[in-house]
Design a protein around this ligand. Sequence first.
Ligand code: MP5
Length: 203
Amino acid sequence: MSLIESFERSRLAAGAGELWRHGISASFLDAVGDGSLPAEAFHRWLVQDYLFVVGFTRFLAVAASRTPRPAQSAMIGGLAALDAELGWFEGHAAARGLDLDAEPHPTCRRYVDFLVAAAYTEPVEVLLAILYGVEVAYTVAWGRLEPRGPYAEFIERWTSPEFQQYVAELLRLADAHPHPGQQAAFDEVMRHEREFWRMTWEG
Ligand code: MP5
């Protein structure tokens, strides 16, 4: 079984049902796949996803500070990857003349507000489910595309073997620390993922 298949069959993804499927499919990604994506939508995604990752970094920093070892170790590794990713976004934005000092779209803000509030208030086990949800949604959503065409580098970023191993480790941690609140939090991540993709497409 491939890692993607094990993510699709994971307890939390299976438990989310329709919400999972909606969280990992998007008109935006279909258009990346068939080469019809308007530049405007791509630029909106690039800026808003950067702002999302800035907020996600806050979530992960707070979550890591509350999580005992050894799970904390994976989170600290994740934080280092987010730092590198922010630099990568900054390079792509500069190459396209995009201003990253922009206002978050209300949809982006709602997603980040949910994550940061959860980081302070939810039990660590629930934070592990949220972290798995955010990362698995992206690796499976982008993983439905072939890494070719003008956006190959973007597809590869979230489908590389290293990234998939990281997601597999997050799945292992979420399953090793079950909690009755995990499914509802994972479901909420999927709702935000669906809304985020809709925003990138519709503005
Ligand atoms: C991710 C992301 C994955 N970049 N954007 C959204 C809306 N959801 C999930 O997070 P990362 O930090 O890029 O791995």
